[in-house]
Design a protein around this ligand. Structure first.
Ligand code: G1P
Length: 289
């Protein structure tokens, strides 16, 4: 079986929870420590073996595409001044990795954004990484954990994989919540483990939630998800939800959840973002010593 080499990163959100920081800077480029948040997400994808990354955005997000391109003028200027090491460090994207951008058109929801990548993804199976969520790169090994684990699990049985993590009661309403097939809940251990899932409920009240296992924002999909997305109508929040297409996929094909290893940080919410910034900065200052 072909290994997963394609990933979609939707970057079309306006980041209203991050205003005023996100008024003129895309929220994905806001710093976490000494790098823009999306830098870590792209590094995570590359470490897991991804070679083609499709950003799905709009006109105000072209700065993200530029971040992953070479700035020839800056590069020249740095090299003329003998700052070759600095210039090299800016061109860190491996040569066999491509980052391209496609526009979503109308902002009709996450499911719609993923479907917008279809012309580039074509017939490939693929991963989706939501850039609001940044996984802790300091305590996990991106080459083996989480997304890399999910890609390996997918290669074994072709079941789409969705990363989940247990959240506190007061956070359940913010996420897609998993209903497991065989159990009502699972013990979180500090390893990745894969379980069959019966369905998902998007942003339920705590009382209606089938578990406290929240969708973290990392998915590995078989290509069939595109057919389901094409037939998904708007639901929660008037948007075309990825979660609804996943539910349809479950009824035809097996879908598994993978429990998350390590910690994740929400860089799309001001309070969590500030905590994440402090954590990333502290880790990097420690390394500088
Ligand atoms: C999206 C998904 C949700 C998931 C969340 C993770 O929601 O629809 O299922 O739990 O991302 O961050 P959003 O945060 O875009 O509203």
């Amino acid at each position: 079986m072909k290994k997963i080499t394609h990933a979609v990163i939707p970057v079309a959100g306006f980041g209203t929870r991050m205003l005023p920081l996100s008024k003129s800077v895309p929220k994905e480029l806001l710093p976490l420590g000494n790098r823009p948040a999306i830098h870590y997400v792209v590094e995570e994808a590359i470490a897991a073996g991804i070679k083609h990354i499709v950003l799905v955005g709009h006109a105000q997000k072209s700065a993200i595409e530029n971040y992953f391109d070479i700035n020839a003028e800056l590069d020249n200027q740095l090299r003329q001044k003998g700052k070759d090491a600095l210039a090299d460090s800016l061109n860190w994207l491996p040569e066999d990795v491509t980052v391209s951008m496609i526009r979503q058109g109308k902002p009709l929801g996450l499911g719609h954004a993923v479907l917008a990548a279809r012309p580039i993804i074509g017939e490939h199976d693929f991963a989706v990484l939501l850039p609001d969520v940044v996984l802790d790169p300091f305590t996990t090994d991106m080459a083996t954990d989480n997304l890399a684990f999910m890609i390996a699990a997918f290669a074994k049985d072709k079941h789409s994989q969705i990363l989940v993590n247990e959240v506190a009661d007061e956070d359940v309403h913010k996420y897609g919540i998993a209903q497991l097939s065989d159990k009502s809940d699972i013990e979180q251990a500090d390893i990745n483990a894969s379980f069959k899932v019966a369905g998902f409920v998007e942003k339920p009240n705590l009382a209606d939630a089938p578990s406290k296992l929240a969708v973290v924002g990392r998915y590995v999909f078989s290509n069939q998800i595109f057919d389901y997305l094409a037939n998904t109508r708007a639901s929660v929040g008037g948007e075309i939800q990825l979660t609804d297409a996943i539910d349809a996929l479950i009824s035809q094909y097996g879908v598994n959840v993978t429990t998350m290893r390590g910690d994740s940080y929400d860089a799309g919410d001001m309070r969590s973002y500030m905590q994440a910034f402090i954590y990333f900065a502290e880790q990097q200052l420690k390394d500088d010593k």
